[in-house]
Design a protein around this ligand. Structure first.
Ligand SMILES: Nc1ncnc2c1ncn2[C@@H]1O[C@H](COP(=O)(O)OP(=O)(O)OP(=O)(O)O)[C@@H](O)[C@H]1O
Length: 267
C-alpha cells in the first residue's frame, strides 16, 4: 500500500480538531479526489499525508513505513520521495522557472550538485520537457514573480513531474486555472500517475473536475470521511449532503431561504 491509515486523528497546535477516525488505504497507481466543503479538513489531511503534520491518534503508514517512528533524517529522506503540489507554490519570487522546476530533484541530488544547479541550471532540457506537457515551455527563463497565478501553479506541477516521486499529493492544484486548462492539467497529472504506477491524491473544490478525472472520490466533512466510493457509484444525494451548509441556511437574512440542501451540479 502507498498509504494506510487507520483511526487517524489530527489536532492542530491551537487545539482545533481537524481530523477524526480516518481509515484510508490507497494502492500504487490509484487516483483519488478529496472533496468536501470549506474547513472540512482536506488540506489538513494532505499535510498529514505529506508528514508535515503529526497525527494525534491512530496508525499511519506511508510507502511501507511508519513515518513518525523514523528518525528526523530518515523522515526527511522519505519526504523526498513524495511530490507535493501546493495551491500557491512557495517559490522564491526572483527565482527563474527553470531553477524552480529542477528543484524537484534537489532531494535526490548531492549537495554539490544542488549548489551547482543554483549557479547554472544542470538540466534545462528536462525542465523544458516537463513544462511543455503543461504548455508552459515558453516561460523557461522567466522569473516566478512575472507569472500569473495559474502559470505559477503549473510551474509547481512541472516541478513534481520532473521530480518523478513515488506518491503525488496535490492541494487544490488547478484552482487558479480556467476550466479548459484545469481539465488539461488534471489529465496530465492523471496520465503521469497511471504511466508510472504511482498514487495521486488531489483535493478539489470543483466536483465536476473530480468526477471527470478521478476514478475514486473521498468526501470529507467535519474532519471525517463521509464517503469513499468509485466516482461512477456516487449518488447526487451524497454530494448534496456533503455540501449541505446548515450555517448558511439558518443565518438570519441569508439569501438561502429554502430549508433544502444545496444542489451540486454533476458533469
Ligand atoms: N494551522 C492551523 N492551525 C489551527 N487550525 C487549523 C490550521 N489549519 C487548519 N485549521 C483548522 O482545521 C480545520 C480544517 O481546515 P482545513 O484547512 O484542513 O480545511 P479545508 O477542507 O482544506 O478547507 P478549504 O477548502 O477552505 O481550504 C478548520 O477548522 C481550520 O480552521
Amino acid at each position: 500500500m502507498t498509504l494506510d491509515l487507520s483511526g487517524v486523528g489530527l489536532v492542530h497546535a491551537n487545539g482545533q480538531v481537524a481530523l477524526q477516525d480516518i481509515d484510508l488505504k490507497v494502492a500504487p497507481g490509484e487516483r483519488v479526489a478529496i472533496i468536501g466543503p470549506s474547513g472540512a479538513g482536506k488540506t489538513s489531511l494532505l499535510r498529514l499525508l505529506a508528514t508535515g503534520l503529526r497525527p494525534s491518534a491512530g496508525r499511519f503508514e506511508l510507502l511501507g513505513v511508519e513515518p513518525w517512528r523514523l528518525s528526523a533524517a530518515a523522515r526527511q529522506r522519505l519526504r523526498a520521495r513524495i511530490g507535493l503540489i501546493h495551491q500557491a507554490p512557495p517559490l522564491p519570487p526572483r527565482q527563474r522557472v527553470v531553477t524552480a522546476v529542477l528543484a524537484g530533484r534537489l532531494g535526490q541530488w548531492s549537495l554539490a550538485r544542488s549548489l551547482l544547479n543554483l549557479l547554472h541550471p544542470l538540466d534545462s532540457a528536462g525542465a523544458a520537457r516537463a513544462l511543455a506537457r503543461l504548455d508552459l515551455e515558453d516561460k523557461l527563463f522567466e522569473r516566478c514573480d512575472q507569472l500569473s497565478g495559474g502559470q505559477l501553479q503549473r510551474v509547481g506541477i512541472a516541478r513534481v513531474l520532473y521530480q518523478e516521486p513515488e506518491l503525488i499529493l496535490a492541494d487544490e492544484p488547478v484552482s487558479a486555472m480556467d476550466p479548459v486548462l484545469a481539465g488539461h492539467t488534471l489529465a496530465v497529472l492523471g496520465e503521469e500517475a497511471s504511466r508510472r504506477g504511482v498514487a495521486l491524491l488531489a483535493s478539489l473544490h470543483a466536483v465536476d473536475l473530480a468526477l471527470a478525472h478521478f476514478p475514486r472520490i473521498v468526501g470529507v466533512r467535519q474532519g471525517r470521511i463521509a464517503f469513499d466510493r468509485p466516482a461512477q457509484a456516487l449518488a447526487q444525494a451524497e454530494l448534496d449532503a456533503l455540501y449541505a451548509n446548515e450555517q448558511l441556511q439558518t443565518r438570519p437574512g441569508s439569501p438561502v431561504t429554502s430549508p433544502q440542501i444545496l444542489h451540486i451540479p454533476r458533469c
